[in-house]
Design a protein around this ligand. Sequence first.
Ligand code: ATP
Ligand code: SF4
Length: 338
Amino acid sequence: MRRDDPRPRVSARPLLEVRNLSLDFSSPGGRVHALRNVSLDVPAGQVVGIVGESGSGKSTLAYTVMGLLPENAQVTAGSIVFEGRDQLTLTAQARRSLKGDRLSMIFQDPMTALNPVRTIEGQMIDIQHHEQGSRSAKCSRAVDMLKRVGIPDPQNRIGNYPHQFSGGMRQRICIAMALLVKPSLLIADEPTTALDATLEVQIIHLLKDLQQEIGCSILFVSHHLGVVAELCDHVAVMYAGEVVEQGAVRDIFHNPGHPYTRALLECDPGRIKQRTRNLPTIPGEVPSLLGSKKGCIFRPRCPHAFDRCVHETPGEYRVAAGQVARCHLLDRAGMVAA
Ligand code: ATP
Ligand code: SF4
C-alpha cells in the first residue's frame, strides 16, 4: 500500500485489506467480470458498509472475503489480507479453521445458516467447537447470548427447532450464533432485508451494541442507505463491480464526490422530503458485466459525461481526508490523485 493511501485507517494495519481484487464468473454467455480492481480496508473495531444497486457486486465481494464462492467463480487478481495473511494463498484447511472462529457471517435468509432438522441448542453448542469447556458450559453461554439478543425464555426455547421461531427471531438467533464465537470480523449480507421496518431498526441497534461490546469489526452489505448511516463508520459505494467511492459515512453522505453516489442519495426514499407516488430512480440500468470495458463504467448513465470518460478509465482522486472517488471531474477540479 502507498504511504499516502487515503483509505481510512485506525491502527497501523487494518484488520482486513482487500487489494486490487478482480473476480470472474464463467457463464454460458461468457465471463462475467463481477469484481474489477476492488480495494477496501476494514479497520479493527470499525463498521464498514458496502452499498450499491442490485447487481453491483456487493454480495460477491462479501462471499469472496468469507471464502464462500461457487465453482464457476475465479479470482483473477488481487489479495484479501485478513489479520496479516492473504486468504487467497491459505490452504483450504487453514481457511476452514478461520471460519466460525475469527470470521463469521450473517446471511440475508436465516435458514441459510440454520439446520432445520436440529434444535437451536445443538447448533449453538456445535458452533463453539473451537472453545474449551463442557457441553453444559457451552449451553449456558448459548442461553446467555440468546437472552442478549432478546429471545424470550431462552432457557426453554433453546430446545426448539428453527421453524418454531418467527423470521425476526431466527435472524436474532443467527446473530447470536455468529457472535458467540467472538469473531474479529463479522460479515453481514443484507441481514435485515427480509424484516419489516420496526424489526430492522431493532436488529441494527442490537448489532451496533454487540459490535461495541465484543469489539469486532463488521463488513455490512446493504442497499438501504439509512441503515448504513445509522450503523457504519465508513462506506464503500459499488457500481457494476467497481468501488467508485469510499470514505467516512458523514463525508460521503454530506459531500459525495462521485456522480453515482449523488444519484443514489437523491433516490433514497428516506431523504425525499415531499410526498410522492413515484419515487425517483437513476435513469438507465446497471450495464452487462460480460466482456471488457473501456472508459468510465458509469458513463452511459452519467449526466456529466464528457469525451475523456469514453476512452479513459478514471483513477482514484482524494475528495477529502479519507475520502476517495473514481471520476475524471475530480481531476478537472484539481483534486490530487490518490
Ligand atoms: P443484490 O443486491 O441483488 O444482491 P449485488 O450487488 O449483491 O446484488 P451480486 O449478487 O454480487 O450483486 O452480483 C454481481 C454480478 O455477478 C451480477 O451481474 C450477477 O448476475 C453476477 N453473478 C452473481 N453470482 C453469479 C454466479 N454464480 N454465476 C454467474 N454470475 C453471477
Ligand atoms: Fe461521469 Fe465521467 Fe465521472 Fe464517469 S468519469 S462518473 S462518466 S463524469
